[in-house]
Design a binder for this molecule. Sequence first.
Ligand code: SF4
Length: 365
Amino acid sequence: MKYLDEYRDRDQAHQWITRIQRLASRRWVLMEVCGGQTHSLLKYGIESALKDDIELVHGPGCPVCVTPIGVLDQAQELARQPDITLCSFGDMLRVPGSTSSLLQTRAQGGTVKMVYSPLEAVSFAEQHPERQVVFFAVGFETTTPATALAVLQAHQLCLKNFSLLVHHVRVQPAMEAIMQLPEVRVQAFLAAGHVCTVMGYDTYASFVEKYQVPVVVTGFEPLDLLAGIHECIRQLESGNAQTSNQYPRSVRLEGNLSARQLIDQVYEVNDQEWRGLGEIPESGYRLRAKWEQFNAGKRFGMMPAKVQNDASLCQAGEVLSGQMRPTECPSFGKACTPETPMGAPMVSSEGACAAYYRYRLPIIT
Ligand code: SF4
């Protein structure tokens, strides 16, 4: 574990914290885009160590949290059909739709199989030609190449019993939507390192120019995050917003060209609905017409997912757009806990509410 330990070194973390505290002349507002970063910031006590110097607000980068209720209902509807096996990553199983979750659907007789990769679902379809297998394809640009590969693999195997229910989302349009909110307070972004590993960060140049906010590509370990925060503060203090890569061991300017090409081969950009955030232009992917035979909605004659506003007391939209801290939600830790979640941000392993609930005690400080 030497490699990881190097990025969790306590002394170096304290040095970074001191540097940031010396640099910040005022309390700046930074948004970490990715839920994985939120968890690290809470887990290692970075949030609390810097609370007097910066305000960290949490972004929409949790794929489970932003999948709309209507799409979850569609997944459950598919799972209830007797000849269909609905395959999904584990995180999606407990997320409430309009009346129940996939786990509850399974308890009521639906067929839901947890898988660790889209190719596992393809393999299951190959081994079970008597069943229709639908993979619930959700996630950001990090998971999109793998589901594109699953389509190509199923095509190569001439599978007639494999399809996808697609709700892939793109991170940069969501950042745009946040910057266009009338009450936006975000002054700099810690961009999601793993998304940039796939997509690169060359496209952020126009974003930075338009909104004059620093975008700093950042990893997930404590020292990665502290280096990213330091770079944000440095730029904010100098009044010179730029794109910067503080995760060079994983991210290149142009990203992973093979993965990008794979996405383009199978998907095209479309407008997408986000749970709690509404429709965001060009913020998602749908299957290209060439691959429509793998569209589960078309195959099973489903109408497009009905958009349903979350009628519960859950205030996920405010949390996911950085307007509310999880602890400011009246239900946090009372009616809403990981055992009794009222919304996706408390269910998901990348959800901001779950991070606040789980990490009470700082480790670094
Ligand atoms: S604490 Fe629970 S109810 Fe409140 S925003 Fe988070 S998930 Fe929703």
